[in-house]
Design a protein around this ligand. Structure first.
Ligand SMILES: NC(=O)c1ccc[n+]([C@@H]2O[C@H](COP(=O)([O-])OP(=O)(O)OC[C@H]3O[C@@H](n4cnc5c(N)ncnc54)[C@H](OP(=O)(O)O)[C@@H]3O)[C@@H](O)[C@H]2O)c1
Length: 246
């Protein structure tokens, strides 16, 4: 399968890095910055001069422009057969109106796709080839279009929130005398192991298992409660959702 990226920004780069070596070819366009050529040379693909050529040569076009560029891109992509849209806050119906003759799938990936460990929310009816393509990038969840904004607020934005937690815990360790690289390694590997355990265990049960009564973890959790950690995460998700809904 030849995959064409209309737009070569941050999300296209993450997804293309995850797909490199898994597909027959990668094609890229941009709005003139040269990022398409950079990605093509990094990943062994090809930068094309126009979206018309992209529509002609790609089996699937991944739409990775900003939502405001939807109508420009749709006009330039005439004749496209299959569109996988990554556009935030852009409903399936809007996409189908923009591409009336194409098979359209709406996908909300997170940056984990770069490591093939992403989460990808999917609306529409991907055929088996597109589904396989998406499954190669991580954990696929089919979701009604109406729940995409709420889902995005928890899976699209949260890599940044979790990165902040890792950074803050490692910084606290560094302040207490640990080498910064070692502190980061300790926290990152702990996060990876915790994620694995959370696949099988309820978060509250895991917290209870680590925090024995009167122990140091319990003292830490009490401090997090006092400082409003839970409320801060709730506020972050709410703020993301409000920004998304304009
Ligand atoms: N970043 C994320 O974590 C994330 C997650 C999920 C979904 N998304 C969605 O992914 C989309 C892209 O986001 P992003 O963060 O990657 O944005 P970005 O870094 O600003 O990239 C946008 C890309 O679109 C290109 N472009 C603009 N007009 C074009 C046209 N007519 N034809 C071809 N390319 C064109 C830009 O070209 P230039 O390089 O020339 O400026 C740029 O390469 C958005 O709709 C966003 O909602 C992003």
């Amino acid at each position: 399968m030849i995959v064409g990226f209309c737009g070569s920004g941050n999300m296209a780069a993450a997804m293309a890095r995850g797909l490199a070596g898994q597909v027959d070819g990668l094609l890229f366009t941009d709005g003139g910055s040269g990022r398409a050529a950079d990605l093509a040379s990094e990943l062994g693909g090809e930068a094309l001069a126009s979206n018309g050529e992209l529509a002609e040569q790609a089996d699937v076009v991944v739409l990775a422009v900003k939502p405001a560029k939807l109508s420009d891109a749709a006009a330039e992509l005439g004749g496209v057969k299959v569109v996988v849209s990554l556009l935030g806050a852009t409903a399936l119906e809007t996409l189908r109106e923009a591409f009336p003759d194409a098979e359209v799938v709406r996908v909300m990936p997170n940056v984990g796709v770069e490591a093939r460990k992403g989460v990808l929310c999917v609306a529409g009816e991907p055929d088996s080839d597109v589904r396989k393509l998406l499954e190669g990038l991580g954990h696929v969840v089919e979701l009604p279009d109406s729940q995409f904004d709420a889902a995005t607020a928890v899976m699209g934005c949260s890599p940044a929130y979790l990165a902040l937690a890792v950074e803050a815990i490692a910084d606290a360790g560094t302040a207490d005398g640990l080498d910064p690289d070692l502190a980061r390694e300790l926290v990152v590997e702990t996060a990876a192991g915790t994620a694995e355990l959370l696949r099988a265990h309820d978060p509250a049960a895991l917290r209870r298992a680590v925090a024995s009564p009167g122990g140091s973890t319990e003292a830490g959790l009490e401090a997090l409660d006092r400082e409003g950690a839970r409320e801060a995460f709730e506020a972050a998700v709410r703020a993301s959702l409000e920004r998304m809904r304009g």
